[in-house]
Write a protein that binds this ligand. Structure first.
Ligand SMILES: [Zn+2]
Ligand SMILES: [Zn+2]
Length: 258
């Protein structure tokens, strides 16, 4: 079983960098080298002004053996996400794929940044999880996303809720299913302090039971991270009996057998 698609990547990294062939071609080269045939660029919506659909089209013409999807990662940034949403609405027909994510919690807290363990330790962890999943539900119901990114990112530093998660998770997954969204299986969690796939085995199990479909993702912030740990992910998927991967073209979903 071989994975062929990576639907979470950040050519701009964490700063504004205009889309050019010089910026994007190394991503195509890397994809080809490691056997990926279908990739989506999903820079953070706060950097949308540097996303250039014409440059993506030129990249497609130069790399006809690859499928290259125009995407964005839309989050709940208290400063930028209003503009990001407006940009997604305006460019909906040019985008293939929109990821939805939550990076901010109560008090505009950017909880997943390095060094935020202390704030996790200070807060009521159950309240943190409840707040997080309420925001996830709002994102899932927004009508602006195709797939939920790193669904249990809140575990990033290994802080676990004391309450039973079932009561929180069931409505979240039902909301995702009702909105007909996919969930990504993201290897990024394996390189974070938690050292665990996003989402957890428990969530994957419940999602499978509900008939939710999956994309495969690395959340690469450099082209060298594309497809990171995909062999390990393939083993995990085989263990769960997941034999299909979702791909998107202009928000239209297809399933490919692996
Ligand atoms: Zn993210
Ligand atoms: Zn990301």
């Amino acid at each position: 079983m071989r994975l062929f698609s990576d639907y979470h990547s950040h050519p701009q990294g964490h700063r504004l960098q205009p889309y050019t062939q010089a910026l994007l071609q190394p991503w195509a080269d890397r994809a080809r080298t490691i056997g990926l045939r279908d990739i989506a660029f999903t820079d953070h919506d706060r950097y949308h002004e540097c996303v250039d659909f014409n440059e993506i089209e030129r990249l497609r013409e130069a790399n006809p053996d690859l499928r290259i999807r125009a995407g964005i990662e839309l989050d709940n940034d208290p400063v930028h996400s209003a503009a990001g949403r407006a940009w997604v609405e305006e460019n909906w027909d040019r985008l293939d794929f929109v990821l939805g994510s939550v990076h901010f919690l109560r008090g505009d807290w950017a909880f997943d940044r390095a060094g935020e363990e202390a704030e996790f330790a200070r807060r009521d962890i159950d309240e943190v999880y409840t707040d997080y999943y309420e925001r996830i539900r709002r994102m899932a119901a927004s009508g602006l996303v195709d797939c939920m990114a790193h669904l249990d990112l809140v575990k990033i530093f290994g802080f676990r809720p004391q309450q039973d998660l079932s009561e929180l998770l069931d409505p979240v997954l039902s909301e995702i299913r009702a909105a007909d969204l996919t969930i990504e299986l993201s290897t990024a969690g394996w390189r974070k302090p938690v050292g665990e796939l996003y989402p957890s085995d428990e969530i994957i199990c419940r999602a499978v039971e509900k008939g939710i479909l999956f994309t495969t993702a690395s959340d690469a912030h450099s082209y060298v991270q594309l497809g990171e740990n995909f062999e390990r992910l393939a083993e995990k998927m085989a263990a769960f009996g997941i034999r299909e991967v979702a791909i998107f073209e202009k928000h239209h979903r297809s399933l490919i057998s692996i």
